[in-house]
Design a binder for this molecule. Structure first.
Ligand code: 4AD
Ligand code: MG
Length: 482
């Protein structure tokens, strides 16, 4: 008697016919008191279990219904029905957990179409739905592909701290970490919070990025990457922002911005290709869902190609590379800008690009992923390398259809004097970051890196419109249930 998970059994297919097997899972549907569709989460496909009700206790059969968890012992048989090659004829059924069908009908486990909003409200149950389970499996494979890509390319995986004293992005969007009593916060002589009495003896926060520590690591190990949770207290309730998300940040000594763009493009293509290869069934299911969703949208909002075609398209086309300055010219002269259709009209050089502009460039103008580089220094972080024009920095953003910014990165300022000048100009606490400037004192080298928000990549690959649907338990403003 061999115990199989369902994906394994279905993969082996006909070669298992006549074998006695054990399978376990949850009932997705029970028809005609005879056919159980059993799912165990290992694949989008269900296993058909057939029971001969004359051979089973009537009471037991009554208990079988949607959601019930089972262990089945039986024999694999070639299936006569269509839709499956093999099925299991049950000899013995053990019920692990019963289900009150009335209670179940109030949940998303009720087998019918539910809205994604409702799935989110029952996030603890949505792993049992086809859509969410498929997304979670794809997410897993993408994470695995990330590690595989870097490992194969000689990068070392570094774990940077989650609790830090610094604001890596200098944007002040941090969650404070403290054990001070909030009802009576100690105050110092200057009248501000006395963090000297706090757990770490200083003010600390949840990290917004592991980049600064990764830079230090790259200055000894050469090629490193971080992959961990990052936290941003930005109050943006959009379909692309989370307060807690997973960021991948490679950092490479001796790489300039061109090398950095090459790395980002190669990396994105590798992970997307990996998902296409390893998540066929799930992606086909999600592509169908995506097509249905598109068909319900007004014509002018529809994506003109299917999910799988779009993934292939990204794999097979070189990303467009152009400077911020060139992009501004295109945007200034674009139809939506002239017709006043942008919420934020582009008037002059120096404007920060909004997602509507990024998506115009990618979806309407170039119809390809775009890497924009050499942004105005004023709208980018302090650590980016200043160009000779003294106005722009060696920043790059990779822009994707349907998403906007997928990756943000840069060549770093490796010259101590320029870095210190920029930190001063941008009001960055140099005392707190003494160790960061220190790395420029002992054999500094040009180096570059970037950050990719895992959830945005999962969104792109699965075609999900809302980032809350690609992470198990999303954290967003006013929402930290589960
Ligand atoms: O552009 P960002 O802010 O860059 C950095 O944090 C750099 N330190 C990265 C580096 O150079 N090592 O963020 C990088 C990426 C974005 O392009 C986006 O994919 C994702 O992180 N991201 C978010 N994803 C989900 N929710 C949010 N609130 C995000 N903020 C950024
Ligand atoms: Mg960015």
């Amino acid at each position: 008697m061999v115990s199989y998970c369902i994906t394994e059994l279905l993969d082996k297919g006909k070669s298992t016919v006549h074998q006695d097997v054990i399978v376990k899972g949850w009932v997705r549907a029970f028809r005609s008191n005879r056919f159980i569709a059993l799912n165990d989460g290992t694949t989008i496909k269900n296993l058909q279990v057939v029971i001969d009700f004359e051979k089973f206790d009537e009471e037991l059969i009554k208990r079988i219904g949607t959601g019930v968890s089972l262990k089945v012992k039986g024999t694999v048989v070639e299936s006569q029905g269509k839709g499956q090659i093999i099925e299991v004829h049950a000899r013995d059924i053990h019920i692990y957990g019963d289900v009150d069908q009335d209670a179940l009908s109030q949940t998303i486990l009720q087998p019918k179409r539910h809205s994604l909003e409702l799935l989110r409200e029952q996030a603890h149950l949505r792993f049992r739905t086809n859509t969410f389970a498929a997304i979670m499996r794809v997410r897993h494979h993408l994470m695995f592909a990330v590690h595989e890509f870097f490992h194969q390319n000689g990068f070392f995986y570094i774990n940077t701290p989650i609790i830090t004293g610094s604001d890596a992005e200098g944007a002040g969007e941090m969650f404070t970490v403290t054990t001070l009593p909030l009802q009576s916060v100690p105050v110092n002589e200057q009248g501000s919070v006395d963090f000297a009495q706090d757990f770490f003896g200083k003010e600390t926060n949840l990290t917004v990025s592991g980049q600064l520590e990764a830079e230090a690591a790259a200055m000894g190990l050469g090629k490193v990457y971080t992959f961990g949770p990052t936290f941003r207290a930005e109050n943006s309730n959009t379909s692309r922002h989370l307060a807690e998300f997973w960021m991948i940040e490679p950092e490479v000594a001796f790489n300039d911005l061109d090398d950095n763009m090459d790395l980002a493009e190669e990396f994105l293509k590798y992970t997307i290709g990996y998902a296409l290869e390893h998540c066929k069934d799930d992606l086909e299911f999600l592509a169908e869902r995506y097509a249905q969703e598109q068909s319900q949208k007004p014509k002018n909002e529809r994506q003109d190609i299917g999910l799988l075609e779009r993934l292939d398209y990204v794999l097979n086309n070189k990303f467009v590379r152009l400077t911020y300055t060139e992009a501004i010219e295109i945007l200034k002269n674009s139809k939506p800008n002239k017709k006043g259709q942008f919420k934020y009209p582009i008037e002059e050089w120096g404007a920060d690009l909004q997602s509507e502009h990024e998506r115009y460039l990618v979806e309407k103008h170039f119809k390809k992923p775009v890497i924009l580089f050499d942004y105005p220094a004023k709208i980018k972080a302090f650590y980016m390398r200043l160009n000779d024009d003294e106005k722009t920095v060696r920043a790059m953003d990779v822009l994707f259809p349907g998403i906007g910014e997928m990756v943000g990165g840069s060549q770093r300022e490796e010259r101590l004097d320029v870095l210190q000048r920029k930190m001063q100009d941008m009001n960055i606490d140099q005392e707190e970051l003494w160790w960061y400037t220190d790395t420029r004192k002992f054999g500094t080298v040009p180096h570059s890196g970037f950050g990719l928000g895992l959830e945005r990549l999962v969104q792109f690959v699965t075609g999900m419109g809302n980032i809350r649907d690609v992470i198990a338990f999303p954290r967003t403003p006013k929402s930290a249930e589960f």
